[in-house]
Design a protein around this ligand. Sequence first.
Ligand code: NOJ
Length: 550
Amino acid sequence: MKSPWWKKTSIYQIYPWSFCDSNGDGIGDLQGIISHLDDLQELGVETIWFSPFYLSPGRDYGYDISDYLSIDPRFGTKADFDRLVKEIHKRKMKIVLDMVMNHTSDEHLWFQTSKSSRKNPKRDFYIWKEGQGKRPPNNWKSMVGGSGWQYDAHTNEYYYTNFLPFQPDLNYRNPEVKKQMFAVLDHWLKQKVDGFRLDIFNSIFKDELYRDNPKSARFFPSPDNHDEAFFQKKTFNLNLPESFQFAKEVRKRLSRYAHEPFLIGEVSGSDTVLKSFLGERSDGLHLVFQFELIHFQWKASFFRNILQKNEQVFPSPYMPVYVYGNHDQRRYIDRIQGNPEKAKVLSTLQFFARGIPVIYYGEEIARKEGRISNWSGQDPIAKRNSFVPLWLSNLLGIYINRDNCRLPMLWDNSKNAGFSKGTPWLPLGTFRPEDTVEVQKNTKGSLWQHYQILFRLRKLNRVFTEGSLSIEQERHPNVLVFERKLGKERVFVLLSFSDSPIEEKWKVSAEVLHSFGAVEKSNDSVRILGIGGIVWKHREIVSKPKPKFS
Ligand code: NOJ
């Protein structure tokens, strides 16, 4: 069977607020994005995922939607959107929209109507419940801490929010909600959108009986598992079996479309949970993000274990999804002290392991984090925790001010790095001329050029997108070698995490596809002098059958 396109693609995430501002208001917009599509094409980008640009009060920067069918005027018009789709498709790229199904903004007409009275026909669009005396209906904590229940004095009931208080959760036990949300999906699919990234999809259903969550000893959530946090196990408000089932329903809805749109879910939990979202027959969400690389350790063994585990737990037809960062997480370059050679090792692993790489805008130029304190953050999570000093949140390894990973893109050395002619909505932070796309594009060996090679190699060699993966037995603790194989084609990827030369030799028997850093081919073997990597292709010689003599 032919492998569908989305299994072979890579995903590049654009945060519209910060990509490029065409009208000088300091906020990125669709025209600005269109003006850089050629750059993305030159880089090799295949599928672009856009963080939301629907109508929104913007209190959670678009993740609080007040109208799912309109484009927010901050970003442009419907005509701009139509052009965006056309221009993306013209370049043989695909477009994925963010779909926030779990909650709306409290300014959405549905919620405004719902909260008007207990008897309103839209009341049941959201999750309303009476309190227990002066206390909320039960002990459920939201994903960001604190009770998820918000009191509404007007109707003397609580509504439920699994994220922030201004983001009321929709009630998917009401068939009318499903119907309306499917109509939203249809609306965008008819405009040839190629897929959706589903925001906190693990939160869609909550326990019908509103049972209290059991206690737990854990306080901080882990970046890839929210199942336990704030001293409770989220048994009854996250990852419910009904949400796994719903994943299948949404997929079925998409299967009506001939252009094979796909779903990629933002879910978190154990591997068993992730697999349940994908469906036991691979009939749930097409893909789910795997956030385990977000908290990577700079060690060959860390990556070896993850690749090995994913081959066992998510073998084909499942496709692992490798992510180092996004608009909610510290940029990965800051976790490797801004070292571009280390970034080359990590990105090579991400692009050539069996799976889908997801690249967050700016990773290709080592765009760094900001240093904006929590108390001066615009991000609602920072505002909520503004009393925590930045050094303390860094020390505890918790990420509070997401402004810092959302700083404007660095295009060139004109005003505001070519991002905006006005005053950027977030500061640019410190950067050097060589940190921009323009300079890196023209600099041999730059990180941008390295990413370009990775994109190109994935496109030219089916072995990377369709081949199997096996990991070579450990010969040195700081070196990871894996093989991709498709039919007769075999490609080897060797990555060195070592700061110093390594005696051990690897034989390179054929064409080198790419090498970088302190790793090179010398005669027939690889010399490792430090951090770096090499990718080589080995073609098996098919021996001719020996002539038979009688
Ligand atoms: C997850 C998104 O990635 C994040 O940015 C947003 O704030 C929450 N969901 C709420 O929608």
